[in-house]
Design a protein around this ligand. Structure first.
Ligand code: URA
Length: 213
């Protein structure tokens, strides 16, 4: 499934002149084994035009393999579809200082700007479970007071947040099955999270195989 072009245009327009670049479409089957909601694309994803193709993507594919799944089986998207960047300086090998863009987490305004895109996917992709990767996806869908460290590895059955007509987030009437786990990039900063992610994935596998609700 791919979102309508007009919706992508709306997302870009709502983003205005924020320091972001590119636009990566989410993608996967309309009836996927899982829906994965990340944070925002980085430099590699903007270059490739596909979500999770960089370093974090490699880890994510390893997670999927533990579930006996591949990229083709799942729908992958994120809270924000453009790459949020900040300017920084980098020393080159010959001692010069050059300006370059660095990835940064999306702001609340940027998440709000792209909300209609994710809302459309949540409403149209028929996934048995929505896996949020990290705090950004979790808070966007399950509420700002949720914390990944508290609720990872547990199935949440609840309404999710979507953009209302008044421009604020509101709860859906429908309940969704949301399974939070850590973002694959988190293990680059804290290797001990890998064990927790593996245990979350075991939990997810029993939920998917119907052993547990
Ligand atoms: N992190 C995300 O959330 N999405 C990507 O596509 C890459 C890294």
């Amino acid at each position: 499934m791919r979102i309508p072009e007009s919706l992508a245009e709306l997302g870009k327009k709502r983003m205005g002149d924020r320091p972001v670049e590119g636009f990566v479409y989410g993608g996967g089957p309309e009836n996927p084994a899982l829906m994965l909601v990340g944070e925002a694309p980085g430099e590699t994803e903007i270059y490739d035009g596909r979500p999770f193709t960089g370093r974090a993507g490699k880890e994510l594919m390893a997670f999927l393999k533990r579930l006996d799944l591949t990229r083709e089986d799942v729908y992958i998207t994120s809270a924000v579809r453009s790459r949020p960047y900040r300017w920084g300086e980098k020393r080159t090998r010959d001692g010069q200082t050059v300006k370059r863009k660095y990835n940064r987490p999306p702001t609340a305004r940027e998440i709000l700007a792209h909300a209609p895109v994710l809302d459309y996917e949540i409403a149209n992709v028929k996934a048995p479970v929505i896996v949020t990767l990290g705090n950004v996806g979790l808070k966007r869908l399950a509420g700002a007071d949720r914390k990944i460290s508290d609720c990872h590895g547990r199935l949440l059955v609840q309404p999710v947040l979507r953009l209302g007509e008044n421009g604020q987030f509101e709860w859906t009437e429908k309940e969704y099955r949301v399974f939070p786990t850590f973002h694959p990039a988190s293990i680059f900063y804290n290797r001990s999270l890998l064990e927790k992610i593996h245990s979350d994935l075991n939990q997810l596998q029993s939920i998917l195989s119907g052993e547990q609700n």
